[in-house]
Design a protein around this ligand. Structure first.
Ligand code: HEM
Length: 425
C-alpha cells in the first residue's frame, strides 16, 4: 500500500447500517451475533467541507490490502490491549472476531455500535458513549494473533506460520508474566486518547464472555516517525525514529509478508513484536551529557550521529577519533542496531512513550512501549540478541514485557473478518 492510500480520507466515514448488519457478523455464526446495532452516530466529517477537515474529522480506511496502523503515520496516542481468550469454543471465538471486525469498521468511521441512549428505560446502552460526537480522530485498530492461538483449542494448528514462535529469552531480560504473552493483541492509535480508549473498551466489553484482558498500556507522544513526520522524542529526551522504514521498497522487503509465505492467509500481513521497556529515569537523569551521547551514538538536541552535524546525516561507523577509538562507540545503541552492522536487516518501529505513575518505592514508572513490525520476527530477534547482550542503554532500561503476534492482512470489506481463513479447515 502506498503512502497516498493512507492519507486521511474524511469523506469515507459513513459505514452504512446495512453494511454492518449484512457483513461480517452475519457471515460468521448466525444467531449469536444478535444484539449489535448501530446508532448511526454521525461523524462530524459529514458536515465538514474539504477545507475544514481537522484531525478529529479525518478517518483512515479500515478495509484494504494491509491493516491500517502499521504504515499509517503514527498518530499521537496509543491504547494497546492484550487479551487471553477464555472460551474454548471455536464457534464462539469466530463470532467474537466477526463482531470485533464489524465494530472496528464502525469505530474507525467515527460511528458507535449500539445505542448510546436506548429508547427503552430498561435497556442497557449498547455503546459506552464517551466518544459520542467526537469524530473518527484518525483511529486505526490493528489486530494480531499470538503463537498460543495455534495450540489445540480452536483447530488452528495446521495454519500456524513457521515464523510465529515465541520470542526467545535475551540477556538482560526482566520480563514479568503480567506484561508478557497473551492470545490476541489489539493496537488502537488515534489523534485523541479518548477515541482510542473507547474503541478498546468497547471491544473488551463485547468480548466479556469469550476473552479477558491480560494487560493494557496507554501510550502518548509517539516515539517513532513515519514518512513526512517530524521526529518526536522519547522520555530520555532523544529523537526517536530518525532512521525508520519509510519507502515502498523497504516495506516490501522488511515489513509485509510476501507471496512466498508458508501460510497463504498471512500474505499482506506482518508480525508485531511488543516490548514494554521500563526506563530507570532517575538514573538516566543523573547521567552526564557526554555519556548520554555515547549511549545512543547520537547528539541529544540535534539528533545527529556522533561525528555528523545534522539529524539525517548518515552515521559513519568507521570514523575514528584521534586516540583511535570509534567516534560512534561500538556498543552504542545505534551502532548495534543499524542495518549496516546487521547484514542489512531493518524493522519498522512504531513505539510510544508510556507512564504508569510511580512504582512501589516512589520512582517514576515510565518508559517506551516498543512496537515493531517486520515480515519475520527473526528480524527483531537478530537485533535484540545483540542489544540485549551489549547495548550501553541496558544500564538505563529493563525489558519488562514481551509479545509476538501474527498480524493478518487487511479485511476486504464488510463480511470479511479477522481469522476467517482459519476456521473450518
Ligand atoms: C527504551 C528502549 C529504546 C530506546 C530509548 C531507543 C531509542 C532509540 C534512539 C534514540 C534511536 C536513534 C534515532 C533513530 O534512528 O530512531 C534508536 C535507533 C534504533 N533503534 Fe532503538 N530504542 C530502544 C529500543 C530498541 C529496541 C528494543 C530495538 C530493536 C530490537 C531498537 C532498534 C533500533 C533501530 C533498528 C534503530 C535504528 C538504528 C540506525 O539505523 O541508526 N531500539 N533507538
Amino acid at each position: 500500500m502506498g503512502v497516498s492510500e493512507e492519507t486521511t480520507a474524511p469523506e469515507s466515514t459513513g459505514i452504512s447500517r446495512r453494511a454492518f448488519f449484512g457483513g461480517a457478523v452475519a457471515s460468521a455464526a448466525a444467531g449469536a451475533a444478535a444484539g449489535i446495532t448501530t446508532t448511526g452516530l454521525a461523524s462530524t466529517a459529514a458536515n465538514a467541507g474539504p477545507a475544514a477537515v481537522s484531525a478529529s474529522d479525518s478517518a483512515y480506511d479500515f478495509y484494504g490490502p494491509h491493516q491500517a496502523g502499521i504504515r499509517t503515520p503514527p498518530q499521537d496516542h496509543l491504547v494497546l490491549m492484550v487479551f487471553d481468550v477464555t472460551t474454548t469454543s471455536a464457534a464462539e471465538l469466530q463470532v467474537m472476531l466477526a463482531k470485533w471486525s464489524a465494530a472496528i469498521a464502525q469505530y474507525t468511521g467515527g460511528l458507535a455500535v449500539g445505542a448510546v441512549e436506548p429508547e427503552r428505560d430498561l435497556a442497557v446502552p449498547g455503546d459506552t458513549g464517551e466518544a459520542e460526537g467526537m469524530g473518527p480522530n484518525q483511529l486505526t485498530v490493528t489486530l494480531g494473533f499470538a503463537p498460543s492461538m495455534f495450540d489445540d483449542r480452536f483447530g488452528w494448528k495446521p495454519h500456524r506460520p513457521a515464523a510465529l514462535v515465541d520470542i526467545p529469552a535475551f540477556a538482560s531480560d526482566a520480563l514479568t508474566p503480567g506484561y508478557t504473552g497473551g492470545d490476541i493483541c489489539v493496537q488502537a492509535c488515534a489523534s485523541d486518547p479518548q477515541v482510542a480508549y473507547h474503541a478498546i473498551r468497547n471491544l473488551a466489553r463485547m468480548a466479556r464472555t469469550t476473552a479477558a484482558t491480560r494487560y493494557v498500556v496507554q501510550g502518548f507522544g509517539r516515539a517513532s516517525a513515519g514518512a513526512g513526520q517530524t521526529t518526536p522524542r522519547n522520555l530520555m529526551g532523544f529523537k526517536d525514529g530518525t532512521r525508520n522504514i519509510t519507502t515502498d521498497d523497504d516495506f516490501e522487503k522488511f515489513v509485509w509478508v510476501g507471496d512466498d509465505a508458508d501460510q497463504q492467509w498471512m500474505i499482506g500481513g506482518s508480525y508485531l513484536v511488543t516490548r514494554k521497556i521500563h526506563m530507570l529515569i532517575e538514573t538516566w537523569d543523573a547521567d552526564f551529557i557526554g555519556d548520554q551521547h555515547a549511549v545512543f551514538g547520537r547528539t541529544k538536541v540535534q539528533g545527529a550521529p556522533l561525528g555528523g552535524a545534522h539529524e539525517f546525516d548518515t552515521p559513519d561507523f568507521a570514523a575514528k577519533a584521534a586516540d583511535g577509538s570509534p567516534v560512534i562507540p561500538a556498543t552504542s545503541h545505534v551502532a548495534l542496531a543499524a542495518h549496516e552492522n546487521n547484514g542489512g536487516v531493518k524493522i519498522l518501529r512504531r513505539g510510544y512513550n508510556f507512564t504508569d505513575g510511580i512504582d512501589s518505592v516512589g520512582r517514576l514508572d515510565a518508559g517506551l512501549m516498543f512496537i515493531s513490525y517486520q515480515k519475520d520476527p527473526a528480524q527483531f530477534v537478530a537485533l535484540q540478541s545483540k542489544l540485549g547482550a551489549s547495548d550501553r542503554l541496558n544500564e538505563y532500561i529493563r525489558h519488562v514485557g514481551s509479545g509476538v503476534f501474527a498480524v493478518p492482512p487487511g479485511l476486504s470489506g464488510a463480511g470479511d473478518y479477522f481469522g476467517k481463513a482459519l476456521f473450518g479447515a
